[in-house]
Design a protein around this ligand. Sequence first.
Ligand code: SF4
Length: 336
Amino acid sequence: MNTPLLSVRDLHVNFGTSEGDVQAVRGVSFDIDRGETLAIVGESGSGKSVTASAIMRLNFGADIRVSGSALFEGKDILSMGEEEVRKMRGSDVAMIFQDPLTALNPFYTVGNQISEAYTIHHPGTSKKELRALALDAIEKVGIPEPVKRIKQYPHEFSGGMRQRIVIAMALINQPKLLIADEPTTALDVTVQAQILELIGVMQEENGTAVILITHDLGVVAEVTERVLVMYAGRLVEKASVIDAFASPTHPYTRGLLNSVKSLDSDRHSRLEPIPGIPPSLIDLPTGCPFHSRCRYAASLNGRCSTEVPELKAVGNSWSACHLPVDLLAAPIKESL
Ligand code: SF4
């Protein structure tokens, strides 16, 4: 049996605040294989970005408690020393964020910044070699006139071009895993499609696995193979993208799908937003965290508000819902 590239088990992340403990991630477990593309979706505050940051060890601070494990090629990232984490970041595991400006230094040319991303992990590389690598990286991410562009500063690039530079920096060391946190949210639709295509091409060339964090189900359908759906810090559904879209097994996934318009839907059909708002992560409700918004909760005689549902197999998918397995998929599927 192949060992997954990354295996996350029972990940918990808590933040201490003046108002109380924020339980941002609560017992998340998943695997990703080499070369695979996995999406993590959910509304704001569902815990998807915090999960990614914990894997990168970006949110380890005084008031933050992280537990569980994240085995990368068999080594637990969560218990690595700082030096080991520094070596891993950017070489084996790289991350790109929604806002490319946060990843770029306005005082250095893009050429310097791409070279720097490489020299951190390859000290002693000659200046000539670095320039050649940076030019190649700029060209690969589809930026015209690399000889001119290499000397320019981030403010001289458009938002889409800046994100291309960040991708070049992330991929120059050919990481085994790329975590992309809402990489296209700040971009217009055309540029978004170009960036997603670019990530796909780079992934194919280097065999990189990609975790895509997004709230955009259109993006998920376009580029990923499997999807994890998060709600209030927990995984509520794990499925292939085909299964999640054709026959979602969790009422929340169904709600997310019903709240976006598909290309083949009737022009006059109404979008159905999910009623209510997600619960406070400081003062979580008992039972299923979705129960105050779920239309099926009333049919289960109070079980939903008292007992936390565990993930269970439903056909090819996994769903954290108390509805019986044989009934679970049927009403959801029919109403889509
Ligand atoms: Fe809805 Fe109950 Fe299932 Fe939660 S456990 S999703 S409240 S039916």
